[in-house]
Design a protein around this ligand. Structure first.
Ligand code: 5GP
Length: 218
């Protein structure tokens, strides 16, 4: 797994130029336009815990975008907070109506996930920093449509470390772990498209690092 210094924009010149890209709305209409943020990386890298820490402790007005999904609700998950749980039919209707900024079938198991464009745009209009915690394929779609997006690739440092964490988590059998590791190896190829790479050794430090980087975009 390639390593890069923490907190370094992958291409700082590019990052600066991108950051000056035209906003989707005119400043006269929308004086408080927020920022779009993506956080993605291999499953098992600890993204969700980092997101919780970021929402709880970063003083910026970050709002988590709530995705729609066709996957089953897990114990402890709350409709409208964790996801909008919808049927395949509802998801298809939303997709056809252009209600998603992006949508993907994640892990190829028939479960679809999509970022509702309305919540994102509303949040941006009201000056929020809209955080999308989405998979790499979804992230690449958003980067194409919205090149100004501040993107973070969060990973555990190596595939060996990822395997240790997935086994420790205990939610998958060995076959599923192997599949996740294969997907992670593929996802690493996309690392170069992200503006920031963050290695998640310690959740609090990782969230603080992301928060510091975000302050550069204020
Ligand atoms: P889980 O089912 O464990 O909650 O999430 C599985 C994967 O789907 C995670 O990698 C998560 O980042 C991704 N994901 C969640 N919401 C979206 C979304 O709206 N779009 C895409 N492309 N991926 C998503």
């Amino acid at each position: 797994m390639p390593r890069r210094l923490h907190s370094q924009p992958i291409d700082s010149q590019h990052a600066t130029l991108v950051n000056q890209a035209t906003e989707p709305f005119s400043p006269a209409e929308l004086p408080n336009t927020g920022h779009l943020i993506i956080l993605s990386g291999p499953s098992g890298a600890g993204k969700s815990t980092v997101v919780r820490e970021l929402l709880g402790n970063c003083p910026l007005p970050i709002e988590l975008s709530v995705s729609a999904t066709t996957r089953k609700q897990r114990v402890g998950e709350v409709e409208g907070r964790d996801y909008h749980f919808v049927t395949h039919e509802q998801f298809d209707r939303m997709r056809q109506a252009g209600e998603f900024l992006e949508c993907k079938e994640v892990f190829g198991r028939g479960d679809w996930y999509g970022t509702p464009v309305a919540q994102t745009e509303q949040g941006l209009k009201t000056g929020h920093w809209m955080l999308l915690e989405i998979d790499v394929q979804g992230a690449l779609s958003v980067m194409e449509k919205r090149p100004e997006v501040v993107s973070f690739f969060v990973h555990p440092g190596s595939l060996e470390e990822l395997a240790i964490r997935l086994r420790r988590r205990g939610t998958d059998d060995e076959q599923a772990i192997q599949r996740r590791l294969e997907v992670a190896a593929e996802e690493l190829q996309a690392l170069k498209h992200y503006k920031h790479e963050v290695i998640n050794h310690q959740v609090k430090l990782t969230a603080a690092e992301i928060c510091n980087i975000l302050h550069q975009y204020c």
